[in-house]
Design a protein around this ligand. Structure first.
Ligand SMILES: C[S@@+](CC[C@H](N)C(=O)[O-])C[C@H]1O[C@@H](n2cnc3c(N)ncnc32)[C@H](O)[C@@H]1O
Length: 270
């Protein structure tokens, strides 16, 4: 495994500069808060980052240095004139497999200077075979100092790399994507918005779906009547207790109806 050192303890409010391995306009030469949560992403397509993460609140937080993104282009580590990164599967069969020697060198670089402790610095391989990603994972990742993500392509990664670096396999759902980049952005979006200051309004994550294992109640806004549909009167009553009770009941009904698995979980945990 690559040399890993303990990161300096967090000191909020101080700015530092860090050069990315793949200079990208949105990610390099920008101030970042010293010790800011950092995502290192090993990918064959570094140009697909920050992608959607560059928009709206996650994009503003990235610009302001509240979190940092370092895409690491796998092709740089490829072999020979053609910078080969893949080869035919051992045992035969269709497709190509990402080479362990190439990915190993990229991961050594990605791991250098990061804590070896996976609770402080999770190392994740996006994979349809992985544990289904959920809000608890996002909370766990957001509490770390940062994380390294490996985006697969082709038939995926040589198993020895997964074993050697003890990569945690995470899936974003029961379907097969062409590559791990979209999955990495989904995981990062859900994680980064939990980092203090990113949403601007700390309260807005408190009552969302999956907090307390319940789906969120329906939301309404003005006008009070739209095309003959009225906002439920209780929401306009000014009675905060009644509003809270209505929302809780709605959340429970929706969860029972749409996600009986989650509902069973809340019942057994209570
Ligand atoms: C075409 S897929 C490989 C699928 C693999 N041969 C299999 O059957 O499990 C290429 C890459 O896309 C990513 N990927 C595909 N589906 C994913 C999912 N549901 N969640 C996370 N990553 C996914 C992984 O990084 C994977 O290595």
């Amino acid at each position: 495994m690559g040399t890993m050192t303990t990161r300096p303890t967090k000191s909020h409010g101080r700015l530092s500069q860090s050069a990315s391995l793949q200079p990208r306009e949105l990610m390099t030469d920008r101030p970042r808060l010293k010790g800011a949560w950092t995502a290192k992403v090993v990918t064959l397509f570094p140009e697909t980052f920050p992608g959607v993460l560059g928009a709206s609140l996650t994009g503003k937080a990235l610009k302001d240095g509240l979190w940092a993104l370092e895409p690491i282009g796998l092709r740089t580590f490829g072999l020979g004139k053609h910078r080969q990164v893949d080869d035919t599967p051992a045992g035969g069969g269709a497709g190509l497999v990402m080479k362990p020697d190439v990915m190993g060198r990229a991961l050594d670089m990605a791991c250098s200077g990061t804590p070896a402790d996976p609770t402080k610095w999770p190392r994740v391989y996006l994979s349809p075979r992985g544990k289904p990603f959920d809000q608890r994972d996002a909370e766990r990742f957001a509490k770390a100092d940062g994380m390294t993500l490996v985006c697969g392509r082709f038939e995926g990664l040589d198993q020895r790399v997964i074993d050697h670096y003890a990569l945690e396999e995470i899936s974003i759902g029961d379907y097969v994507l062409t590559g791990g980049e979209l999955a990495a952005q989904v995981l990062l979006d859900a994680t980064v918005r939990l980092i203090p200051g990113v949403l601007g309004n700390a309260e807005s994550t408190q009552e969302e779906s999956f907090q307390n294992d319940l789906l969120e109640h329906p939301q309404y806004t003005k006008p009070a009547e739209w095309r003959g549909h009225a906002i439920p009167p209780v929401l306009l009553s000014g009675d905060h207790g009644a509003v809270a009770k209505w929302r809780r009941e709605q959340a429970e009904e929706l969860t029972k109806l749409r996600r009986p698995d989650l509902w069973t979980k809340t019942q057994t945990e209570d």
